[in-house]
Design a binder for this molecule. Structure first.
Ligand SMILES: Nc1ncnc2c1ncn2[C@@H]1O[C@H](COP(=O)(O)OP(=O)(O)OP(=O)(O)O)[C@@H](O)[C@H]1O
Ligand SMILES: [Mg+2]
Length: 296
């Protein structure tokens, strides 16, 4: 049998039991797409940017569930921390943290110190923490700082939000490394209110998906990695339109929908995704979830 619609890895999975194939489908996977590759390229440029007083920063913006964290995860994988053979300090080319749940300066420092396996004594003053963060980060050959869920810092009292934005400015200036914020549109709006930050942060948007050639390529990629024996033709009408429509155009929803449909196709013995599989696999579209919430 030949399976021109599948990748070699997916073909090798066809020998597994149905249950094992289903387990494989549920595992996280990365599919490259043009916009992701573009942003990854720009992140590489930031990482190797010559040190200058005013380092360029980036803001990766997009809807929830549209691949922001996966993208920066991919970048981190390429630049893991390592022991420094010539010294005792570790090398951390890319430091990734999640912003604390609210606009809390100490929370930012705690997140950084925790990442670096440093203690977080409660009695330590904020000033002392700030100094310690800068001192530790100077020792680890830092290349770039990533702060995910940046919009968390923009919730709550205005003064505290300002304070957090100033922390970003301070860290960037002190450490002379690019800062990459990752968040929703809320984060962009907040940065725009501060002229000094607005001109340092370049937004890179991960737009929702629409019906175009790139979307068709994405659908073909999904088809290649889902180990089903029959071709589904996900990139063609009517499937492509239906998938886009049901998922509201985020890659996370598309992935969930296609996984559920593929699992359903295996269990039903159909071995391909059809429109009726999409409808019968138990996937609840985001629009319907909102309707349910409204009735509670
Ligand atoms: N490149 C990709 N290839 C395959 N699946 C992907 C890719 N990027 C994202 N996904 C799918 O989308 C889901 C959501 O992605 P991710 O967690 O990166 O979203 P996000 O934009 O960070 O959302 P949030 O703002 O809620 O944190 C992932 O769990 C994964 O299933
Ligand atoms: Mg995320």
């Amino acid at each position: 049998m030949s399976y021109p619609h599948l990748s070699d890895t997916a073909i090798s999975k066809l020998e597994l039991s149905d249950q094992e194939r289903i387990q494989h489908i549920k595992k996280p996977r990365w599919i490259g797409y043009t916009r992701a590759r573009e942003i990854l390229g720009k992140l590489e440029e930031l990482l190797t940017h010559p040190v200058q007083p005013r380092m360029p920063n980036m803001l990766i913006v997009g809807e929830t569930n549209n691949g922001k964290t996966m993208l920066v995860e991919k970048f981190r994988e390429k630049h893991p921390a390592s022991e420094n053979p010539t010294g005792e300090a570790v090398k951390i080319p890319v430091l990734y943290i999640q912003a604390p749940p609210g606009p809390d300066e100490r929370g930012i420092y705690n997140a950084i110190l925790t990442r670096l396996f440093e203690g977080n004594p409660r009695s330590e003053s904020t000033d002392a923490k700030r100094d310690r963060v800068v001192a530790v980060l100077r020792r680890v050959s830092l290349g770039l700082v990533m702060i995910d869920e940046l919009h968390h810092l923009m919730a709550g009292a205005y003064v505290k939000q300002r304070n957090c934005l100033n922390v970003l400015k301070y860290l960037g200036n002190e450490l002379r490394v690019p800062i990459v914020g990752i968040g929703t549109a809320e984060a962009v709006r907040a940065i725009q209110t501060d002229p000094q930050l607005a001109n340092r942060f370049t937004p890179e948007v991960l737009n929702k998906w629409t019906r175009n050639a790139e979307f068709a390529r994405l659908m073909s990629s999904f088809e290649r990695v889902l180990p089903l024996r029959e071709p589904s033709q996900l990139s063609k009408s009517p499937l492509a339109d239906r998938i886009l429509d049901m998922s509201s155009g985020t890659i996370g929803e598309m992935s969930t929908l296609l996984n559920m449909a593929a699992i359903h196709a295996i269990k039903a013995g159909e071995e391909r995704i059809t429109v009726s599989m999409l409808e019968r696999c138990g996937y609840v579209p985001p629009t319907q979830r909102k309707q349910v919430a409204a009735t509670l």
